[in-house]
Design a binder for this molecule. Structure first.
Ligand code: SF4
Length: 341
C-alpha cells in the first residue's frame, strides 16, 4: 500500500475531552473499590519476549512486557488502562478505561525488575531498562511523575535506565516541565526521553496520531532543555511503515544532533495497523532494509538505532494492548521471517 492510500484513509478522531489529560475521566477512587490495590498476575506468554497481563483490584486488565534489544533487557509497563489517543498503529487505543495509580505502575515495575534481577548473573550485570511506554500515553497521567519519583533509589540499581516515551500531546506542558525537574534528580543519563514523531510529514502525523500534538518547533525547544537537564540526548522515534515519509533533511533543519538521536522502529503487526491500511516497510527482523533510511540520518550527524523488531516479539504479541484489547485473536495470519502468526 502506498502513501496515497494511507493519507486518504478516514480515521475516527477522539474528542477534545478524550484527548485532554485534565478532562480524561478517571476511575472512582477509594480503597474500598480496589483502586491502587496490588495487581494480580493473570497470564504470562511468549519465550524470549514475554507479555504479562494482570488484574487491578477493581477488575481492569493491565499489560506489561519484557523484551530484549541489543543485549539489553527492556521492561515495559503500562501507565493507563488502554489509551484515549487511538494511534492508527496501536492496539492500546480505543479501549480507554482510566489512569493507573502510581502504586499500580510501581507494582508492574517492581515485579518485572525483581524477576529480571533474579535472571541476571554476576557476569551479565544488571543491564536493565525500564520503559513507561507499554500501554497509555504517560503525559495523560500525573501519577507517572509520582511513580518516577518513587523509583529513585527503590531498587538499589544505580545503572537502571528509565525511559519515558511520549507522542508529545498538546497541553501537557505541566507534565513535561515536571519531567525536566525529575531528570535533574536522576543520575546523569538515567532518565531518558523518547518523543514519537513517527513521520516527518505533518499531515501523515496527524492521521497516525489523531490527538493534537506539539509542533516540531515546540518539540525541538523542549527536547533541548530536557537533554541538558538529564545528560542524555532525546530520542526521536520514526515508524518505518510503507508510504510514511521520513526525511532526514527536514529533521536536521530543526533538531540538532547535539541534543537528539534517531530511532527507526519497524511497524509490528497490530489490528489497528491492519484496519488503518498500514503495511510494514520491512519484514520483521530485516535490519538491512532499514539501513537506507538510517544512512540519511547518519550523514546528517545523528546517532541512529534501526530496530527491525524480532520474531520472538511478534510471536509473543509484544505490540501494545494486543491482549487487553482482544486484538491478538483478530490479527490476520501473515508470514513474517519464517513464522506464521
Ligand atoms: S502509541 Fe502510545 S499514545 Fe498512541 S494509542 Fe498507543 S499507547 Fe496511546
Amino acid at each position: 500500500m502506498g502513501r496515497q492510500r494511507f493519507l486518504s484513509q478516514a480515521f475516527s478522531l477522539p474528542t477534545e475531552r478524550d484527548a485532554h489529560p485534565s478532562s480524561v475521566a478517571d476511575r472512582p477512587s477509594g480503597p474500598e473499590r480496589g483502586v491502587g490495590s496490588p495487581l494480580t498476575l493473570v497470564t504470562a506468554r511468549g519465550e524470549g519476549a514475554r507479555v504479562f497481563t494482570a488484574r487491578t483490584g477493581d477488575g481492569h486488565l493491565v499489560e506489561f512486557s519484557e523484551t530484549f534489544e541489543a543485549g539489553q533487557r527492556v521492561l515495559s509497563v503500562a501507565t493507563l488502562l488502554g489509551c484515549p489517543a487511538r494511534c492508527a498503529f496501536c492496539d492500546a487505543g480505543g479501549h480507554y478505561e482510566g489512569r493507573l495509580t502510581a502504586s499500580e505502575i510501581l507494582d508492574q515495575a517492581d515485579w518485572l525488575i525483581e524477576r529480571a534481577r533474579a535472571a541476571e548473573t554476576a557476569s551479565t550485570g544488571s543491564n536493565i531498562e525500564l520503559h513507561l511506554t507499554r500501554m497509555g500515553e504517560p503525559s495523560f497521567n500525573p501519577d507517572v511523575l509520582v511513580a518516577l519519583r518513587a523509583l529513585l533509589g527503590r531498587h538499589a540499581l544505580p545503572d537502571l535506565g528509565v525511559v519515558v516515551s511520549t507522542i508529545a500531546p498538546a497541553q501537557t506542558e505541566r507534565f513535561l516541565e515536571a519531567l525536566i525537574g525529575l531528570a535533574s534528580l536522576y543520575a546523569p543519563g538515567r532518565l531518558r526521553l523518547r518523543i514519537s514523531l513517527q513521520t516527518t510529514d505533518e499531515v501523515a502525523r496527524s492521521r497516525l496520531v489523531p490527538v493534537r500534538t506539539q509542533g516540531l518547533a515546540e518539540v525541538a525547544a523542549y527536547g533541548e532543555r530536557f537533554a541538558a537537564a538529564s545528560g542524555s540526548k532525546v530520542t526521536l522515534v520514526f515508524l518505518a511503515a510503507e508510504g510514511l515519509p521520513i526525511d532526514a533533511r527536514a529533521i536536521s533543519r530543526r533538531f540538532s544532533p547535539a541534543f537528539f538521536r534517531v530511532r527507526l522502529q519497524a511497524l509490528l503487526p497490530t489490528v489497528a495497523g491492519q484496519h488503518s491500511g498500514l503495511s510494514a516497510l520491512t519484514a520483521v527482523g530485516d535490519a538491512a532494509a532499514l539501513e537506507g533510511l538510517a544512512g540519511g540520518f547518519r550523514e546528517a550527524g545523528y546517532e541512529v538505532e534501526a530496530v527491525p523488531g524480532s520474531v520472538a516479539e511478534v510471536a509473543a504479541g509484544a505490540g501494545c494492548g494486543q491482549y487487553v484489547s482482544g486484538g491478538r485473536e483478530q490479527l490476520r495470519p501473515r508470514r513474517t521471517a519464517g513464522v506464521t502468526r
